[in-house]
Design a protein around this ligand. Structure first.
Ligand SMILES: NC(=O)C1=CN([C@@H]2O[C@H](COP(=O)(O)OP(=O)(O)OC[C@H]3O[C@@H](n4cnc5c(N)ncnc54)[C@H](O)[C@@H]3O)[C@@H](O)[C@H]2O)C=CC1
Ligand SMILES: [Mg+2]
Length: 337
């Protein structure tokens, strides 16, 4: 799919531009998994075609499909604006609310798949297959749709809230409260001692995968304070310096703004105390080890003794970007020496 999201198309006026030919991306959030808690992680499924690009429908086609499955075309009003093309063609996303074979009155996943001649796949897997632009659209779509699903009632009056047409907010007519989609800021930090970098594993990570240290920002903290606290909490290190690198929207567990930083400890102050409540392990790795791991694509096969060699997060994760940046910086400074 071509085009940028975030073009100059006002979210509140886009309703007038929504016409029959506008594309819609279909998303299915299974019933029982719609509560927005950590257990939702990785369970959202999306429709992607095998050629690794997003599969979109125009409204008329979608109306026909919904009618075929006995669904009201009004369901399309639940769609949310997720971006637009260079030609100012608006893109919307719709949660199909698919049921399983035991739920009645909802669209059935398998029947929908045969009608669409495609397959719903896990969000994490979809993100691996798509290009950067499409992956970003899909994660925006999932985050917005899940936010709407979890904010149908006003926290003050208890009354139902109403979505605006674009889906950029919800309003309570009774209390006049306006709710906007939320993101949680998360810091992710690659700590270096000058020659090695510190990588850690959480028990929930795939076997053998190590990443940079991460953690949610607390209310009232600056990014710098969060980085220093998280590193101290998770591995007991005091940081000497830190530097911002990049940021990324991340769909898991809900909607996070990942803020990536490089950090350094003073030489000789490298002894770590791993907080085993948060991490499974943390270790210092040399440039050679990290550079070799970066060259591997995806999880390596297990060795004869069953052990999985150390590997790093995939390209689409900001952790990968941080690690790659560190390797480049270290390699160029060792070439200069
Ligand atoms: N894109 C990437 O490269 C990476 C992304 N991440 C993401 O960063 C997130 C945070 O990293 P962790 O080390 O797990 O954080 P963490 O070290 O702060 O620990 C997670 C715990 O923080 C608590 N918490 C506080 N505020 C929360 C909030 N707003 N939402 C959910 N839980 C909250 C919960 O008890 C949760 O179990 C992960 O869920 C992961 O998906 C982590 C590493 C790499
Ligand atoms: Mg953490």
């Amino acid at each position: 799919m071509e085009g940028e999201k975030g073009n100059d198309l006002s979210k509140d006026t886009v309703s007038d531009k929504r016409q029959d030919s506008k594309p819609v991306i279909l998303i299915a959030i299974p019933a029982g998994r719609r509560n927005g808690t950590r257990s939702c992680e990785g369970l959202i499924i999306l429709h992607v075609i095998l050629s690794s690009s997003l599969f979109c429908f125009v409204f008329l086609e979608l109306e026909r499909i919904l009618a075929k499955f006995g669904q009201d075309a009004q369901k399309i009003e639940h769609s949310v604006l997720i971006g637009c093309s260079d030609q100012h063609e608006a893109w919307f996303a719709l949660d199909l609310a698919l049921g399983n074979s035991h739920s009645s009155g909802s669209l059935q996943k398998s029947e929908m798949e045969s009608e669409l001649q495609g397959a719903f796949i896990d969000l994490r897997k979809a993100l691996f297959q798509l290009n950067e632009k499409d992956a970003s659209l899909i994660s925006t779509a999932q985050a917005l749709l899940r936010w709407h699903d979890c904010h149908q009632f006003c926290g003050k009056s208890g009354q139902p809230t109403q979505k605006n047409v674009a889906g950029s907010k919800r309003v309570c007519a009774s209390s006049k409260m306006i709710y906007y989609p939320q993101m949680s800021p998360v810091v992710i930090t690659l700590v270096s001692d000058g020659t090695r970098c510190l990588l850690a594993r959480q028990s929930s990570f795939p076997k053998g995968m190590y990443s940079a240290l991460s953690g949610f920002c607390d209310v009232g903290e600056t990014v710098e304070e969060s980085v220093r606290r998280e590193v101290a909490e998770e591995v007991g290190l005091e940081l000497d310096s830190l530097q911002y690198s990049a940021s990324q929207h991340w769909s898991f567990p809900n909607s996070s703004l990942m803020i990536a930083c490089h950090a350094a400890v003073r030489p000789g102050q490298t002894e770590i105390q791993v907080n085993l409540q948060e991490l499974e392990t943390a270790e210092w790795f040399s440039l050679e080890e990290v550079a070799a791991a970066l060259k591997k694509k995806g999880p390596p096969a297990s060795q004869q003794d069953g052990a999985i060699p150390f590997w790093l997060p995939p390209k689409m994760a900001i952790a990968h970007h941080l690690i790659q940046e560190w390797v480049q910086k270290q390699s160029s400074s060792s070439n200069l020496a």
